[in-house]
Design a protein around this ligand. Structure first.
Ligand code: PAF
Length: 280
């Protein structure tokens, strides 16, 4: 039975009690509308930790005013059932009033990795993510927190925060879970109309094409992207935000691939923005 907790003081007391009994906490922070990607994180936490806590909170601080905060999919009943199915022990669903008591003025930000890729398109995004996670990590004091590889830049920035601000927990990043045609699972896929859904896999195809070119011995990213981007641009209804080959530690663009690199991309399909990445 999954126990729902809404109050900060209650989750703090519960987590404290669990730790005092010598048990480990596996924590999965989410914004809800669970899909197989979330469930894979719950399952891993269930396998590895004594107690599994999932937070469900659509964090206003990580959305810019023109973004999709209001329409972000929410279905508490469905999420609770799915959490129950995965034997999640606690579902923590705080309120805005408690999370961001007004006036709220303290934020956590990363000064080096959050101005590129996602951060360039969504300038205040990672500040919002780090701030909410710093709060959740303080309240829950997990041993391990689980994230998906789809949000690679997010996971990297979180790892930096853990290290540089001396949080006492481990971060585990699990592989992206995909639909049958390769589209990375995301709560935002729900926004897609059937015809947009058909076109959405273009991003994964572009990344695959880039990866295949690297595997076939082409090392120069300009050469790779010329072909891959022209393919993307030919798909109607798709707008390319960015497609880059980056160093997985620094997120700096790579001109010639000679070691493990990451292909990262973001596209607009109609009004929906999708991201994905692949190792090369
Ligand atoms: O990846 C997400 O769903 C969110 O950015 C997170 C980590 C739950 C913070 O709100």
């Amino acid at each position: 039975m999954t126990c729902v907790i809404r109050l900060l003081e209650e989750i703090r007391r519960t987590a404290h009690y669990i730790k005092k009994k010598g048990k480990t906490i596996g924590f999965v922070p989410t914004m809800g509308y669970f899909h197989e990607g979330h469930l894979s994180l719950f399952r891993r936490a269930r396998k590895e930790a004594d107690v599994v806590i999932v937070s469900l909170y659509v964090n206003p601080a990580q959305f810019a005013p023109q973004e999709d905060f209001k329409k972000y999919p929410r279905n508490f009943k469905r999420d609770l059932e799915l959490a129950q199915g995965e034997k999640v022990d606690y579902l923590f669903c705080p309120t805005d009033k408690e999370m961001y008591p007004q006036p709220f003025s303290t934020f956590v930000s990363n000064e080096s990795l959050s101005s590129v890729l996602e951060g360039k398109s969504r300038p205040a995004h990672f500040r919002g993510v780090l701030t909410i996670l710093a709060k959740l990590f303080h309240l829950i004091e997990p041993d391990v927190a689980y994230f998906g590889q789809k949000d690679y830049q997010q996971a990297l920035i979180i790892q930096k925060m853990i290290k540089e601000l001396n949080f006492n927990l481990k971060i585990k990043v699990l592989p992206t879970v995909r639909e049958k045609d390769g589209l990375a699972m995301s709560s935002r896929n729900l926004y897609l109309t059937p015809s947009e859904r058909n076109r959405a896999r273009t991003l994964f195809s572009a990344l695959q094409q880039g990866r295949d070119m690297v595997s076939s011995g082409i090392r120069n990213s300009t050469e790779i992207f010329k072909k891959v981007k022209s393919c993307l641009r030919r798909t109607p209804g798709i707008k390319l935000d960015y497609l880059e080959m980056v160093d997985p530690e620094t997120l700096e663009k790579i001109k010639e691939v000679h070691k493990r690199a990451l292909l990262v991309g973001a596209i607009w399909v109609g009004k929906t923005r999708l991201i994905d990445n692949l190792w090369v």
